[in-house]
Ligand binder design. Structure first.
Ligand SMILES: [Zn+2]
Ligand SMILES: [Zn+2]
Length: 281
């Protein structure tokens, strides 16, 4: 394992117990974030569990992206097989590089993109290598329209997100971001089916620092259903790690004293043992 280990002492501040969502030099959208930097920042901040979760669609592309752009993973049939068979992917490289940091409290996972059918953008044998799976809805068909229609996008959001929540995933990242990014109101109609599906399938919902998502009324709905909350920096910049201002605000808005947030926070269960050798080719 690279570098000294993270502290294993219990955290006085429950928000320091884990960061389930961070990026690396493999993300084209990250600014100055590296595996080395993320591990160092987690150590310095006293984070107890660090999950390295690169975007799957970025890893199914060479550095600089596929010729069709990163949306290709959503819109080109057979894209994953094509990239893999042509060797135009970086999954093996990511797993190899990230695994050098792997330890009892540094886990290697992915932020797995969800396609327009609610399926996970990843091969099964790659999925089998991960310590944690964070699912994310980053794109929907209506989002690509010149003038996205709110009702149509809401329908797609419900359909795709609920389907993804039925998959074997641990956390749903930034649960309402796709609505906000499309300037679609986060309505009761949109969120109730998603909250119900998360509760039914035991999937944790993320409070995401990078996207400042979701809002407190969404978290209130999660708490009413007994859904666990996961703290994710989604660090695209190192300073986004261990910055809990947004999480505190949302928790307080939802009626939770952040100092007592521990009982609502998700305790991830590692999918693979540390001894599980991670590789894929
Ligand atoms: Zn994301
Ligand atoms: Zn992310």
């Amino acid at each position: 394992m690279k570098g000294p280990p993270l502290t294993s002492q219990p955290a006085a501040d429950p928000l320091l117990s884990h960061d389930i969502h961070t990026h690396t030099e493999f993300a084209p959208c990250a600014e100055g974030v590296t595996l080395e930097g993320v591990a160092r920042r987690a150590r310095e901040a006293g984070i107890r569990l660090l999950c390295i979760t690169e975007h799957s669609r970025h890893l199914y592309a060479p550095e600089g992206g596929p010729p069709e752009g990163y949306r290709a993973a959503f819109i080109i049939p057979g894209f994953l097989d094509r990239q893999r068979s042509a060797g135009q992917w970086r999954v093996p490289q990511f797993i190899r590089t990230a695994s050098a940091y792997r330890s009892e409290n540094v886990w290697v996972g992915m932020e797995v993109d969800v396609d327009f059918d609610g399926e996970l953008i990843i091969h099964d044998d790659v999925f089998e290598q991960l310590d944690i799976v964070v699912a994310a809805v980053h794109l929907l068909p209506e989002r690509m329209a010149k003038e996205p229609r709110a009702e149509a996008l809401t329908d797609e959001y419900i359909r795709v997100t609920c389907k993804a929540l039925e998959k074997d995933v641990d956390v749903l990242a930034h649960p309402t971001r796709i609505l906000k990014h499309t300037y679609v109101p986060v309505t009761e109609r949109a969120i109730v089916p998603v909250l119900d599906a998360a509760a039914a399938n035991g999937v944790a919902l993320e409070i995401n620092r990078h996207s400042l998502d979701p809002d407190d009324y969404f978290i209130r709905g999660a708490l009413e259903r007994g859904i666990k909350l996961a703290i994710g920096s989604d660090a695209h910049k190192l300073e986004e790690m261990a910055d809990f201002g947004f999480a505190r605000k949302v928790l307080e808005g939802a009626g939770v004293n952040p100092a007592e947030a521990g009982k609502h926070l998700f305790t991830p269960k590692r999918r693979r043992t540390l001894a599980h050798p991670q590789s894929v080719s």
